[in-house]
Design a protein around this ligand. Sequence first.
Ligand code: ATR
Length: 278
Amino acid sequence: KARYGVFGNPINHSKSPTIHRLFAKQTQQQLQYNAYCIELDRFESAVKEFFANNGGGLNVTVPFKESAFQLADNLTERALQAGAVNTLWQDQQGELWGDNTDGVGLVRDIQQNHAFSLQGKRILVLGAGGAVRGVLAPLLEAGPQSITIANRTHAKAEQLASVFQAAGNVTAQQLSSLASLVANDGTFDFVINGTAASLAGELPPLPESLISPTTCTYDMMYGPNITVFNQWAKEAGGRVQLDGLGMLVEQAAESFYCWRGIRPDTQPVIERLLCEMQ
Ligand code: ATR
């Protein structure tokens, strides 16, 4: 059986093995998929060893996405734009390919699973780290009217906006100016939380006026309970609150497609994970 897996550190809470084993069963693909905790200085040698030993493909997660980007011989366009790689495979010539399926995962979860079109919408993205950089190009491809980036460290938001400006209407705003922005221009259709704040159960300082009855929020994090950010948006009277579980399954499905050329049905897998988390 061809070997697949995910490299990260830490890795013990990864849901990727569950997801990919369900995909394999559903599509009747013979493969194995395991999670590997890789020592921080051994990423490169571990990747080489994996592919030399019947490795079919790898997912890469924190903190190795930038290392995978450096290591790949060839990059897809979306990996180039993301500056990070979450999917690796080897071609017939033994060259290593790197792709990034995170952004496509986010956009598919919003537009297909939850049936909210992003076309012509005003989007606010909170955060300016690797997670946000990874999703901006696919978000822009969905054709929003604008994307505004706000981050605790404003310079990082400005830097990201300048990188993606050529691809669409992307600007950076101070967190502290969001209230007056909303007062002048109206609320956003979508507010996407891509900060790591929810990991610590924290919230960036946000004005309640950011959320109106038409505002959808999306937290790229997920957990058994509603995230702090979504709880805040719910209490502020937002339209709907979505979390990142669907994004996780969709990015996995796109990786599976890169490796096997088959698109698994994500809905039963999302439902199964939801059940297991209860
Ligand atoms: P990731 O790869 O998950 O994006 P990262 O590159 O370290 O990780 O980025 C983390 C993001 O969450 C950054 O935008 C960070 O803000 P700063 O750029 O100011 O550091 C944001 N973040 C983390 N903790 C936060 C908190 N408690 N409040 C607000 N923003 C936070």
